[in-house]
Design a binder for this molecule. Structure first.
Ligand code: NI
Length: 135
């Protein structure tokens, strides 16, 4: 079994808050990420697919196809968008890096033509990232 990873990048704005909490409580729980006037992150997305190399090509799948699928299913919907407002698949979901990674998994699962989706690794900052393996 070989694990193949494609890296993509996007920028997005968000605000972490609960509407029924006070400003003080939102600030206490979410810190800077609860800023009322939004803020952005530069996200790095690593999508890992696992499988066996094809005998003829030596590829699990063509990375160009993988990149196209990630862009079509994920990046074009969220790049330079506000995750709270603009992104249909994030509606009603707290746009934390954890929830965003799960949502990205759901967008890609079943769309990979060869091999199987193994991991979504998503960096929100240089020092914070999450990994999601589908459960
Ligand atoms: Ni934030």
């Amino acid at each position: 079994m070989v694990y193949l990873t494609r890296k993509e990048h996007f920028n997005a704005a968000h605000r972490l808050y609960k509407a029924d909490w006070s400003d003080e409580k939102n600030e206490e729980v979410f810190g800077k990420c609860s800023n009322k006037n939004w803020h952005g992150h530069n996200y790095d997305l690593y999508v890992t697919v696992k499988g066996e190399p094809n005998e003829d090509t030596g590829f699990i799948l063509n990375v160009k196809d993988l990149s196209r699928i990630i862009r079509e299913q994920v990046v074009r919907h969220i790049d330079h968008k506000n995750l709270n407002i603009d992104v249909e698949f994030m509606q009603g979901i707290q746009p934390s890096v954890e929830n965003l990674a799960i949502a990205i998994w759901k967008r890609l699962d079943g769309k990979i033509p060869a091999g199987r989706l193994h991991c979504i690794k998503l960096y929100e900052t240089e020092s914070i990232y999450v990994e999601y393996y589908g459960n």
